[in-house]
Write a protein that binds this ligand. Sequence first.
Ligand SMILES: Nc1ncnc2c1ncn2[C@@H]1O[C@H](COP(=O)(O)OP(=O)(O)OP(=O)(O)O)[C@@H](O)[C@H]1O
Ligand SMILES: Nc1ccn([C@H]2C[C@H](O)[C@@H](COP(=O)(O)O)O2)c(=O)n1
Length: 222
Amino acid sequence: MTDSLLIAIDGPSGSGKSSTSRGVAQRLGLAYLDTGSLYRAAAIVFLESGLDAAQTELITELVTTAKIEPGTDPLHPSTTVNGRDVTEAIREPRVSEKVSVVATILPVRQWLNERFRSIIDAQDRRIVVEGRDITTVVAPDADLRVLLVADPAARIARRQAELGGQVDASAVTDQVVRRDRDDATVSQFEQPAEGVELVDSTHMGLDEVIETICAMVPGRES
Ligand SMILES: Nc1ncnc2c1ncn2[C@@H]1O[C@H](COP(=O)(O)OP(=O)(O)OP(=O)(O)O)[C@@H](O)[C@H]1O
Ligand SMILES: Nc1ccn([C@H]2C[C@H](O)[C@@H](COP(=O)(O)O)O2)c(=O)n1
């Protein structure tokens, strides 16, 4: 049996977690779990329910009875809700605007955390998992734990470039800065916890970040 290799990567919005984690997983032959994609899928369930954000018990019931399934192939990220492919829909600005509503409901977080742990086990712990609280709550026992950060200006510019100018600057700033502020009320991703490696990607290209993290894997240090 191949040795387990669980890599946990956290960081604020737009710091490069998804792109970096997919690259590291591809390079090391690991599976990949984007935990934010499940929070986003839960946000779709909430948005389509017509419920008010204050109806947290009803939102929790709906989300925790939905069948939310993430793919774990780093080459082909995918997410389904009750069998429907929502891979593209979860990236829409309306979802980014509202995802913190579900992400700040603690029973939803507890339910999702159990899902994440069972997916990690189903992959024999050979997986890169990224999010906001993977290094601290979901997998504090990971073989490598990284907090990936970048200056807010760099993160906003990256997100703006990704959206190809289709969303105005204040909406992009909201998606990055306001969302981090809301998300930080339930997770600690601004400072590395003890034993977590800090990587600042502000002035690093994607390949350099991937290379840096691969070199931190126990047994691969140069
Ligand atoms: N080191 C880098 N240098 C320049 N651009 C980058 C770098 N890392 C990622 N990017 C780009 O920045 C954008 C955001 O990256 P990504 O989606 O990986 O961030 P994220 O941390 O997962 O964001 P979110 O938490 O909001 O989902 C993407 O367009 C990506 O290609
Ligand atoms: N472990 C996680 C992962 C994600 N979230 C929340 C915070 C984000 O606003 C949202 C979407 O994540 P993204 O796609 O931007 O990485 O999900 C969280 O609270 N904990």
